[in-house]
Design a protein around this ligand. Sequence first.
Ligand SMILES: O=C(O)c1ccccc1NCC(=O)[C@H](O)[C@H](O)COP(=O)(O)O
Length: 200
Amino acid sequence: MFVKVCGLSTPESVRTAAEAGADAVGFVLTRSPREVTPDQVRGLLTHVPPGLPAVGVFRHEPAADAVAAAREAGLAWVQLHGDRSPADVRTVHDAGMKLIRAVTMGAAPEAFDNWGEELLLIDATVPGSGEAWDYGSVRAKALGGRTWLLAGGLDPANVARAAAEAGAWGVDVSSGVESARGVKDLAKIKDFVRAAKSAE
Ligand SMILES: O=C(O)c1ccccc1NCC(=O)[C@H](O)[C@H](O)COP(=O)(O)O
């Protein structure tokens, strides 16, 4: 099970996620209680082990602006939420970066097609809200063979069941490993990664 821990903003949380066995870490570079600046991300990246994907998260920004901010932050991965098109995928790839494209279950059917992104992320309606949803409903989508992440309202207690219900390839978490909005809880990060990995 691929596990991404998102919304990190301190060296301790980055190191804890990496040491716990997370497969990717995320930094929110858009308006959020977890927002960090490109400069802060550069500092946090010194705590990311070589080879561990580090992702810059964006919501409504044009893809070109997201790419520019990710480059400034020293990131090679971009995660785009909001209404997107195949042209956005090309913009990210033309910049030599990799893409996590986020969709919600309410998105148009074609949004679930393979547009060439490295990972698809199926999230709650409001990203980073901690809102759970009907994870089993993903099974109605034709995702066989795709690399995709389940997100939205996951936590150490529900991740194994949610991943099984959805048939998830991987999972992504932010709110469920916090003690308060925007404040990561190191023990919860460890518990989450352990629970997700044990769900395989
Ligand atoms: O974290 C945010 O506040 C945020 C704001 C705008 C776009 C994306 C954002 N976060 C994305 C994520 O952290 C994850 O992809 C996912 O939505 C986490 O959901 P949850 O575990 O329910 O917080």
